[in-house]
Design a binder for this molecule. Sequence first.
Ligand code: FE2
Length: 288
Amino acid sequence: MEAIAIQDIYIRQPYESYTEEDHETWRRLYRRMLPRWEQYANERFRTGIHSLSLSTDRIPRLEDVNKFLSPLTGFRAKAVSGYVPAFLFFDCLRNREFPTTVTIRNGQTLDYLPEPDIFHDIAGHVPMHTDRNFAETLVRFGECAHTAAAVVSEIRDPAERTRLLTSIFRAMARFFWFTIEFGLMRSRDGIRVYGSGLLSSFGEIQHAIDSPDVQRYPIQLEWAINQSFEIDHYQPLLFIVDSFDHLYSLVAELERWMKAGKLNHVAPGEPAVNEIDLQSFLDAGAGL
Ligand SMILES: [Fe+2]
């Protein structure tokens, strides 16, 4: 396996490289989401969008976003060159940095997106980081990753260490998916969206709330960590939290379960766990 040098991951946003077509893609994506956010997004997201003063017409400069964001919660969007190994990603959250993709999708295929882009990261994730309770939840997630690295570093046998880490990481990835990426929240006006995968998808944000084909259940930790998911179609199952305090308490519980060995044998299945992510936890554990 090739090691990824940390200095190659974090980059400067190459702002002058965006073409007019790229800015036009941003404009089209952003404008068509506005009415959807009004209708389906949770209140904190809508407040967040306003406090960031994001441009409708141009791809934002991360430094401008951060001028509004960091005074609120200490979070900063940090440009990355692409994939960030999982431990490093969580460790960034712990340090209130959000690894942010700076490329934008092809304007021909607004809806199909196998990987994050700047629209998903800045318009879908970052407005949530303006909320104090949500921000604390992300930091707590980062702390969980440290706990995971510490827990597995105590296992002597390398094969058992990898097996255990795979299970714990799968539990974390599932929980992250069903909350931070695809979470729903109860509100006075009914069920609203707070997951960024939904907040950045024109089609799925509506589908998540209105479609009779989606099962929506109050979140249960034991269910979420054992539930597989697929990333290439609309989600047929979504979980609802009561509030961001509730979400925070679930992350704290996830960490307690990790320490108590309750994540050591989660159900097999998606997501597939890759070697780069596992190695990033093992390297972190070795350095503790
Ligand atoms: Fe995301």
